[in-house]
Write a protein of this length. Structure first.
Length: 309
């Protein structure tokens, strides 16, 4: 039996990503049309980092798929401390249909997938946030139509998981991904290289543009994320100073296409990485984006269960 996991954005081929997005749109229109977890079968949800949208969207989505969202308290389990990741994986795999883990180290998630014997889903790590990208791409499709050939600009701290995921997922969708960040906050070279490899097969592109104005000019989609990622709180003052020119202000947003949309995975800090006028303005689709986490993650779970048969 082959087990499919969703650990990083390029675990999906372009065709699989398109199929998954179609499935998410179908599930949004018909929320109870598919019940792959009927029984109910349980899905373990482990949260080692603060969570709102991830927990509620997975919890609601698993229930809509006919399943039981089983919350596993990460601190009580002591994964990697009280018990090894390998041993926890072996235990969970005999109790649940899927493991959903929001944690720090990508390597721990990879280890979980290697030993669980059931699909493992990355609900966020320090390196990637692939479920968020499925929701983001679904949101772009809803508002702008097709993805291929569209230009997306990511501005701010592009060394974060969202910067990496937009490069990989955007390239997989055939989009032109422009990333703009100050020195020290650019995405890892390996991420840009991998995205460029994918883009060469899809007609997209992946570029790093120093000036945010050039990155946003003519873009269809403008994306930003918090400057203070989890674990970086002590750097808040220094980050705010360096990243201030990359704030998504009305003036910067005005350089994009007139029908461009603004995305932010939340939580957002108005007046810092994004102006209130943009976040709460007519071009913002962040609340649709937040809702779409549920539909996207239902599609991810259904896809992995189907592919793992």
């Amino acid at each position: 039996m082959t087990i499919r996991h969703f650990l990083r954005d390029d675990d999906l081929t372009p065709a699989e990503q398109a199929r998954l997005l179609d499935l998410a749109a179908e599930m949004k229109a018909l929320p109870y049309s598919r019940r792959p977890l009927a029984g109910p079968r349980s899905v373990a949800m482990i949260f080692d980092k603060p969570t709102l949208r991830t927990q509620v969207s997975f919890g609601a989505g698993i229930a809509e798929l006919g399943g039981n969202p089983m919350l596993v308290e990460g601190r009580l389990a002591g994964i990697g401390v009280r018990e090894s990741v390998e041993d926890v994986a072996r235990v969970l795999g005999r109790q649940v249909a899927v493991v959903v883990w929001r944690t720090f180290h990508q390597g721990d998630l990879d280890t979980m997938a290697a030993h669980a014997g059931v699909p493992v889903v990355n609900a966020l790590t320090d390196d990637f946030h692939p479920c968020q990208l499925i929701a983001d791409l679904l949101t772009v499709r809803e508002h702008l139509g097709g993805l291929a050939g569209r230009t997306v600009a990511f501005v701010g701290d592009a060394a974060c998981n969202m910067g990496s995921s937009w490069l990989l997922a955007g390239a997989t969708a055939g989009m032109h991904v422009r990333v703009s960040a100050p020195a020290g906050y650019a995405p890892r070279a390996a991420m840009v290289e991998r995205a460029s490899e994918i883009a060469a097969t899809t007609g997209g592109s992946a570029t790093v543009v120093a000036e945010p104005e050039k990155a946003v000019a003519g873009a269809d989609v403008v994306v930003t994320d918090t400057w203070i990622s989890m674990g970086k709180e002590a750097e808040e003052a220094a980050r705010a100073e360096v990243l201030a020119p990359y704030s998504l202000t009305p003036a910067l947003m005005a350089l994009a296409r007139p029908d461009a949309i603004a995305l932010h995975c939340l939580p957002a800090y108005r007046g810092k990485e994004i102006a209130a006028e943009v976040l709460d303005g007519p071009q913002s689709v962040v609340w649709d984006e937040a809702e779409n986490r549920r539909h996207a993650q239902k599609a991810v779970l259904a896809f992995l269960l189907e592919e793992s048969r």
